[in-house]
Design a protein around this ligand. Sequence first.
Ligand SMILES: O=P(O)(O)OC[C@H]1O[C@H](O[C@H]2O[C@H](CO)[C@@H](O)[C@H](O)[C@H]2O)[C@H](O)[C@@H](O)[C@@H]1O
Length: 324
Amino acid sequence: MGFPQSPTQQQKMESFSRARLEDNGDSILGSYSSWLREHPSALCTFEGIMKKAERKEIAVFLDYDGTLSQIVDNPDQAYMTEKMRCAVREVADCFPTAIVSGRCRKKVYEFVQLNNVCYAGSHGMDISIPLASSKSQDNRHQTRALDEKGDEIVWFQPAQDFLDTVQEIMRLLKERTTRIDSAMVEDNKFCISVHYRCVDEKDVGKLKQIVESTMEAYPTYRITCGKKVMEIRPPVEWDKGRAIEFLLESLNANGHCNVLPLYIGDDDTDEDAFKVIKRTKHGFSIIVSSVPRETVASYSLRDPNEVHSFLTNLAKWKRSASSS
Ligand SMILES: O=P(O)(O)OC[C@H]1O[C@H](O[C@H]2O[C@H](CO)[C@@H](O)[C@H](O)[C@H]2O)[C@H](O)[C@@H](O)[C@@H]1O
């Protein structure tokens, strides 16, 4: 695996300027109904999707914020409903399932609280898998540990070498943003989120300037933007796309074959995973959005409520397929 590596300056600029244009993650592109023709509803086309999955094994990958939980003002309160937890639990009983989030892995676990799913935090830079599934020979970036149940697991952390610097940047950003009311710096372990959802519009420019000027001292680090958030990432060629490739390899190593990835996500960072699915022409990519937006995903769902219905259908489909 080719990491760590720095993204090129051009990649950094492209990612940042696109993010600036789509500041809220929801750039408006024409009418929803014409967009739906390009990205049909995964609920309305459910039977067709499942037909393509016949005799194949599905692996389910789920983003957290905006997919399993609604977007809310306070990132610490983005709880998942009990109804959604039940749906994810049922899906994970039927298919290998992983949550792939920008949050730190520990925080996602606290929100999701399920032991039958895998967790990939920090945009995939912190993956936890059962020891038996571990295929990677990259001993420098993996550590053996015990999970909450006492089972042996492996943490795969390709950005481990950058942890101290990420934490140093976090301290600086926390210090320097205190004078911006309602700005929030979130520690996502291998990456940092600087939130401005609740910051007065007149201060958002100042906050962005503080972040940009702080990052001048760390020119290889990337700044990307999500939904009312700036995200700082270390110079490692790793993202949610690489994470799902890694997890699929682990599944293969564990005796699963012919695995089709099904990925559901709502944010720009999920596009990296959608691109892997598009490039390999293998699997299903579903964007969660209630407005038309640029995406390489093939299908769409409007919001977490539709995600819930889709997951419920998926588990029912598997149960009826297994019993027939
Ligand atoms: O990859 P994800 O699981 O989607 O995480 C992406 C970011 O999600 C969180 O921020 C977003 O959701 C918050 C809660 O609804 C909202 O307040 C914020 O404005 C959104 O940007 C999370 O707090 C970030 O750390 C994640 O990177």
